[in-house]
Design a protein around this ligand. Structure first.
Ligand code: ZN
Ligand code: ZN
Length: 425
């Protein structure tokens, strides 16, 4: 299969390219890029005039609920949501039932993905057995089976000594440790950010300090052990300061920010819509400003969705009893284009870095670039296309999005994996 993508704005930060160019795909790989490439016979031609052609987007943080909670999401439905959101690869968190803490589960996920997924599914394994924070998981065996990271996302390791050993162990297998930063005693039964709105709404708050205390501990442990640390869903201004200091000291630390944390503030909780409830919680305006600035200046490495589908019965209850988390795969790219590119003037090139180039490096996969010979995982965007978010049209089984009905400017238009078009607007 030969495919020629013509006239797009090619943005490939890894090769320092941002130019109007054609891209030729042959045998599932990038054959070449250049100005006015000759159209080979029998080639399918895609006219990308007005579109951005980027290395395939990689979401470092999704929750597919298989095995165990297929009513909320399956590998198939989640992967289709990813393709429809412009993502060619996802990293799925290990908090399934059972937890992905051993090679049998890892193999199950990969085999299932090979059968049903249009996108690359890279599993993350648990840090500790059953993510209970006590004994270490079988990282080596899982690494051989195909995990790309380790994490106890959702259940942060409370014991610093266990975390130290886990980091040492992860380092032996060159696995990045993805860290859900939350001190569970400090966050206690909190349902939202602690501040004016939590008082107004009579909901128990979660202080930014619950996140920051944990970051300080793990930055120190990463420095001590030499482990690679990736801070998941970073949400506070203070946390960004710590990230900056850590990077300055030479700690091997990276961080991701979610679209909901750079778009919404805790004011969105007014009205008690349970689709504004997640961990960490929506923060203050000041935090949002700081997150956007840190994405602009490159302090933050990645945009990741923390796509967390829930069954309606887990969300359709009183606010403080509702499950934490929202879906994000099918709104992420439009939110990034609308909010960051159009409104905040974050350059497209930076967005491609945040959504592809750097995520690929963080998990150490040969993706995130369009060099000749690279796997032809490609995301095409129309920065001007207006879309209206409609949860009823999601490929995901989850409907729990706070963005239903939003009009957004900019959207993915085509997703290509290994040279095959897997989704088209
Ligand atoms: Zn988390
Ligand atoms: Zn998560």
């Amino acid at each position: 299969m030969v495919l020629l993508i013509q006239n797009g704005l090619l943005i490939d930060p890894a090769n320092n390219v941002e130019d109007r160019m054609d891209l030729l795909v042959e045998g599932g790989k990038v054959a070449k890029t250049g100005k006015r490439l000759r159209t080979p016979r029998a080639a399918r031609v895609i006219d990308a005039t007005g579109w951005v052609v980027a290395p395939g987007f990689i979401d470092l943080h999704v929750h597919f609920r298989e095995p165990g909670r297929e009513d909320a999401e399956t590998i198939e439905s989640g992967a289709q949501a990813a393709a429809a959101g412009g993502f060619t690869s996802v990293v799925c968190m290990p908090d399934t039932q059972p937890v992905n803490d051993n090679e049998a589960i890892t193999r199950f996920i990969l085999e299932r993905a090979a059968q049903v997924s249009p996108v690359n599914v890279f599993p993350a394994g648990a840090l500790t057995s059953r993510s209970e924070g006590e004994t270490l998981s079988e990282m080596g065996m899982m690494r051989e089976a195909g995990i790309v990271a380790v994490t106890d996302d959702g259940r942060p390791v409370p014991n610093a000594q266990v975390m130290r050993r886990a980091m040492e162990y992860a380092r032996r297998f060159d696995l990045v440790v993805m860290d859900h930063c939350e001190d569970p005693q400090l966050s206690a039964d909190g349902a939202m950010h602690e501040g004016y709105y939590s008082t107004l709404l009579g909901l128990r708050g979660i202080s930014p300090v619950a996140e920051e205390v944990h970051i300080v501990r793990d930055l120190l442990l990463a420095e001590l052990t030499g482990a690679r640390l990736h801070l998941a869903h970073l949400s506070t201004r203070g946390a960004l300061e710590m990230l900056r200091q850590g990077k300055k000291r030479g700690v091997a630390v990276t961080a991701e920010v979610t679209p909901h944390h750079f778009t919404l503030t805790d004011a969105a909780v007014v009205g008690y819509n349970t689709n504004t409830k997640m961990k960490p919680p929506l923060r203050s305006q000041e935090d949002v400003r700081a997150l956007i600035a840190a994405m602009k200046d490159g302090t933050v490495d990645a945009i990741a969705t923390d796509h967390a589908p829930h069954n309606i019965i887990d969300k359709n209850v009183e606010y403080d009893r509702a499950a934490f988390g929202i879906v994000g795969l099918e709104t992420c790219v439009s939110l990034a284009l609308d909010r960051l590119y159009h409104r905040e003037r974050v350059p497209l090139r930076r967005l491609v870095e945040l959504l592809s180039t750097r995520p690929a490096r963080i998990i150490g996969v040969d993706r995130g670039h369009l060099s000749p010979g690279a796997m032809a995982d490609i995301t095409l965007l129309d920065p001007e296309r207006s879309v209206r978010v409609d949860v009823e049209r999601f490929k995901s089984r989850g409907r729990n999005s706070p963005f239903h009905g939003w009009e957004l400017r900019g959207a993915p238009v085509m997703t290509m994996v290994k040279g095959r078009v897997v989704w088209q607007a």
